[in-house]
Design a protein around this ligand. Sequence first.
Ligand SMILES: NC(=O)c1ccc[n+]([C@@H]2O[C@H](COP(=O)([O-])OP(=O)(O)OC[C@H]3O[C@@H](n4cnc5c(N)ncnc54)[C@H](OP(=O)(O)O)[C@@H]3O)[C@@H](O)[C@H]2O)c1
Length: 286
Amino acid sequence: MRVIICGAEGQLGSDLVKVFRSRGEEVFGYDLDLDITDYDLVMEKIPPLRADLLVNTVADIDADRAELDPEPSLKVNFTGNQNLVLACLGCGCAMAFISSDYVFDGRKGSAYNEFDPPNPQGVYGRAKLASERYLASLLPRHFIFRTQWLFGKAGKRNFVKSILRNAREKGGLRVVTDEVGTPTCTADLADTVYRVCSSGKYGLYHATNQGVCSRYDFAREILEIAGWKDIPVEPIRYAELNLPYPRPPYSPLDNMNLRLQGFPLARHYREPLEEYVAWLLEEGGL
Ligand SMILES: NC(=O)c1ccc[n+]([C@@H]2O[C@H](COP(=O)([O-])OP(=O)(O)OC[C@H]3O[C@@H](n4cnc5c(N)ncnc54)[C@H](OP(=O)(O)O)[C@@H]3O)[C@@H](O)[C@H]2O)c1
């Protein structure tokens, strides 16, 4: 298979490059060298590669900034994806898009499966949902993976790194209790994306690690694994932070379609989290 990964230097993209290459696939990785918001550039670069699959992991994930200034966010999260869909449409390439739990409002009270109606509450979530729908309406051979709370070796920022950096620099933390979800290791997610995409079972999948926790519990676990249990963590409510994006309070993703299609589910998040924190402290350069 000839595979294009967009966002190849990000957390998930870099693991996708590794996983697809390790299975013998021919991979073309692009990041800022192929700005997906540039329609002409996308149309010039993508079709000549004669790829079988394009995976779009590119995003502007700053949901708070998007509430204050929507257009730059929409340009990447919707228009950029639109350009890739149009390029794939023109050259017969299948496409995978990475979406988010932010397509839900988080008020259901239990985990969301693929049959639950979305109800995004802000610009970032609405752009993700619009991109899902645009892709699904134009390319029958598509995959959509909704995921959440990613942590991986590449990329600039994630919750695990922030907790450890802030603990070291400030000596104490305040973390919210009213955002609940599933931390997800990008290497495990890349493995799932590979399995599903190489199966040809097109469609919508919720794909995370297993287990559920609040941001507060997650922070405590990270510190415990790091051996920094004495760092005080004050539990707070999201409202106290006055952030513009209304986070879904409870949005774990039930990986129902993976189960229904007989794919193995990823492991509990604790195991990769232990490996990741150890790696960050030993060689990850916090
Ligand atoms: N991170 C999460 O917790 C989370 C949760 C749910 C869903 N997701 C989704 O999962 C996907 C992967 O997330 P991630 O955390 O791996 O993202 P990431 O680490 O930020 O990777 C995205 C990569 O795309 C690059 N990029 C940004 N704008 C671009 C453009 N216009 N053209 C080409 N490349 C561009 C980024 O470069 P710069 O870093 O220089 O901007 C970065 O290298 C995204 O679709 C995201 O929405 C993420």
